[in-house]
Design a protein around this ligand. Structure first.
Ligand code: IPE
Ligand code: IPE
Ligand code: MG
Length: 242
């Protein structure tokens, strides 16, 4: 019988990536400003990360701001940057204390200088950790611009790339590909997130808005992942042999 709870035999994905969508709609439904939705979203993000690492997940990548999101009204962007200014160091410090290395993915030149400084300082704080666990926060991130940047780097070096050397030119260079990508907020699309890295990720879409995506909802996604058969192009018979 299929269960909904994490059990001893549940396969825990090594790397979970999350498209944290639905903060605005969650707030609107409660007649609250969108910024309140983002604040709740940020708190939920930390809670989910804590839960995921407790379960044995090794990498968590979260999509916090896309290159396209930078075209949102300046008011909303200021609210998001203020969240980083006021809470990022404290929240991230609290979770990374467990020996987790932080990496920012994206073109930070698109963000205000003081925000970049906070992000870089937070990353630097975690360089001392070498446990193989990581949190990646995608900010000012777009997969297409990441790919174009990598191609240009390869061209400048005048080298032909391999799949491996090319993936090392991405913001995620050196990290394992995500095993499971979860998107909240009812939409069923990737919205320019990890297009290269997602080649063999299992995709999971939730109707919950991100601030209401509870630890139990994460468990549900992991259990569903655990029931999937990852064939990587092979046949079931081939998989049984190993
Ligand atoms: C996701 O929530 C967070 C960001 C993109 C910054 P949204 O702000 O997109 O929320 P909805 O989709 O409008 O509900
Ligand atoms: C994707 O959400 C980006 C993040 C969650 C940071 P969007 O709300 O920007 O996605 P679209 O515009 O609905 O595709
Ligand atoms: Mg959205």
């Amino acid at each position: 019988m299929r269960k909904n709870k994490i059990e001893r035999e549940t396969q825990i994905p090594k790397h979970i990536a999350m498209i944290m969508d639905g903060n605005g709609r969650w707030a609107k439904k409660r007649l609250l400003p969108r910024s309140v939705g983002h604040k709740y979203g940020m708190e939920r993000m930390i809670g989910l990360m804590e839960h995921a690492f407790d379960l044995g997940v090794e990498y968590m990548t979260v999509y916090a701001l896309s290159t396209e999101n930078l075209k949102r009204p300046q008011d909303e962007l200021n609210g998001l940057f203020n969240l980083i200014r006021n809470h990022f160091k404290e929240y991230m410090g609290r979770i990374c204390e467990r020996g987790i290395r932080l990496r920012i993915l994206g073109d930070v030149t698109l963000l205000p200088d003081d925000v970049v400084q906070i992000l870089r300082e937070s990353e630097a704080e975690t360089l001392k950790y070498d446990t193989g666990k990581g949190i990646n926060v995608a900010l000012g991130y777009g997969s297409r611009s990441e790919l174009v940047r990598a191609v240009n780097q390869a061209v400048e070096r005048g080298e032909k790339v391999t799949e491996e050397s090319f993936s090392n030119l991405l913001y995620t260079g050196g990290l394992p590909d995500p095993d499971l990508i979860i998107r909240t907020g009812k939409e069923v699309r990737l919205s320019n997130f990890l297009l290269y890295q997602a080649a063999y990720a299992e995709l999971y879409f939730s109707d919950k808005m991100f601030p209401e995506f509870s630890d139990k909802e994460l468990d549900k996604a992991i259990v569903e992942y655990s029931y999937r058969t990852r064939r990587f192009g092979k046949t079931d018979e081939q998989l049984k042999k190993h």
